[in-house]
Design a protein around this ligand. Structure first.
Ligand SMILES: Nc1nc2c(ncn2[C@@H]2O[C@H](COP(=O)(O)OP(=O)(O)OP(=O)(O)O)[C@@H](O)[C@H]2O)c(=O)[nH]1
Ligand SMILES: [Mg+2]
Length: 407
């Protein structure tokens, strides 16, 4: 019995201990209560919504929009050798006068040859009288030298024409210790202002200081145009208001140029028709007043437009008479299909063509070179042995295909 009681007590004791333990365990929180899902284990970063749309190239893949553009404006031209420059720019005259003459001689040498040659020269503005004389002289030389073939006659023609165009002196006169003065004249639109710009650019390139006098006071635009050329060339412009006395602008221009120690003064004048007496008197006055201050003009340059042909001769006579022209600038030779006017000017007027305009840009002014001129007109650049120096500059591909074929 005692055993039974003991067993009961032990059991009771165990029960009491177990109950207390249970309570303690519950209070101590030892096994963590099943946690509330505080935050569902969601991806914390929201699903990367494409807020911005997938970065697509908005602009279409940068394709070369324009194909590699070749420079539209021709690159600054290298200075060309005279033969090449004349060759390039006298294409129109070559395909008219040159082709006609070459064609005539290709047919052999008969009485018709001379008649046709004379007609071609007249058509190219050499002038009736000059053409007749020229052909008579050539014919005589052919006879004297026993020339039999058209080819030989053509070679002789070139030689005679070159000699005809040769002058003793084509240089532009300069002063040693003072400002050189060149007065530039001519009828309207011949290219006076443009030629002055080109001349100024050449002088500046040679390290000279240049002043331009805007003695064309008819229109304000004329002085503006000269200003633009002055800017391009690097030359200072002396100008006055529209309607100012051109003679006093020329005078002031010289005074200003001399005071600044300038090397060269170029005086631009208004275009005037040679038969307008009052305008020709005004030109005389410009020269007179200028020379009172400056001494004699070193050059009085008459600008003639080659495309006006024989009319240029009567212009020249009137200007020669009014202001003692010392030389001609023959412009727009690049734009004429004729070109024989050069021969006419020198033969009939006895004034040298000193410079020629071969285009509109600042470098398109060249000393007149009879050899290059004749060769450019009559094509045979590559064959003429006496041309060796300049010819190396003529690229074979600048020759016409048919000429290349001829070898
Ligand atoms: N193709 C070509 N055009 C030329 C040449 N020289 C001048 N010109 C053009 O001829 C036009 C008249 O040139 P200007 O220099 O204004 O002539 P200008 O004699 O001063 O004219 P005015 O002052 O109005 O009498 C312009 O369009 C020039 O670009 C040349 O050698 N070749
Ligand atoms: Mg002008």
């Amino acid at each position: 019995m005692e055993d039974l009681i003991l067993v009961l007590l032990v059991v009771l004791g165990l029960l009491v201990i177990g109950g207390v333990g249970f309570v303690v365990v519950r209070r101590g929180g030892a096994p963590a209560p099943p946690r509330e899902p505080e935050a569902p284990a969601e991806p914390e970063a929201p699903p990367a919504e494409p807020e911005a749309p997938p970065v697509e190239p908005e602009a279409p893949p940068v394709e070369p929009e324009a194909p590699p553009v070749e420079p539209e404006a021709p690159p600054v031209e290298e200075p060309l050798a005279p033969a090449e420059r004349f060759w390039q720019r006298l294409g129109r005259a070559r395909s008219n006068l040159g082709d006609a003459v070459v064609g005539i001689f290709r047919q052999g040498l008969t009485e018709e040859t001379w008649e046709e040659l004379e007609e071609s020269l007249i058509a190219a503005d050499v002038g009736v009288e000059a053409s007749t004389e020229f052909v008579a002289g050539l014919k005589e030389r052919c006879r004297a030298e026993g020339v039999r073939t058209g080819e030989q006659a053509l070679a002789l023609l070139k030689e005679v024409m070159r000699l005809e165009l040769e002058v003793t002196d084509r240089t532009l006169a300069r002063r040693e210790d003072d400002t050189t003065v060149w007065l530039v004249t001519g009828v309207n639109g011949t290219g006076k202002t443009t030629s002055i710009g080109k001349l100024a650019a050449r002088a500046v390139r040679d390290d000279e200081s240049v002043v331009l006098a805007a003695a064309d006071t008819f229109r304000a635009a004329a002085a503006d145009q000269l200003e633009r050329w002055g800017e391009s060339a690097g030359a200072r412009v002396v100008r006055a208001g529209e309607g100012a006395d051109p003679a006093s602008v020329a005078f002031d221009g010289f005074a200003s140029a001399r005071a600044a120690g300038a090397d060269l003064l170029l005086v631009d004048t208004a275009g005037r028709l040679q038969n307008k007496t009052a305008l020709m008197d005004e030109l005389r006055k410009v020269k007179r007043v200028l020379e009172r201050e400056a001494g004699p003009c070193d050059e009085v340059l008459l600008v003639l437009d080659a495309t006006t042909g024989q009319n240029g001769l009567s212009q020249a006579r009137a200007f020669l008479e009014a202001v003692d022209v010392t030389g001609v600038i023959l412009t727009k030779l690049d734009g004429t299909a004729r070109g024989g006017i050069v021969v006419a000017i020198q033969r009939q007027l006895g004034i040298p063509v000193k410079l020629v305009g071969l285009g509109e840009s600042i470098d398109d002014l060249a000393e007149f070179d009879p050899q290059a001129f004749v060769d450019a007109l009559f094509e045979e650049v590559a064959q003429d042995v006496s041309l060796e120096d300049d010819r190396s500059a003529v690229a074979p591909d600048s020759r016409r295909p048919d000429q290349a074929d001829e070898g």
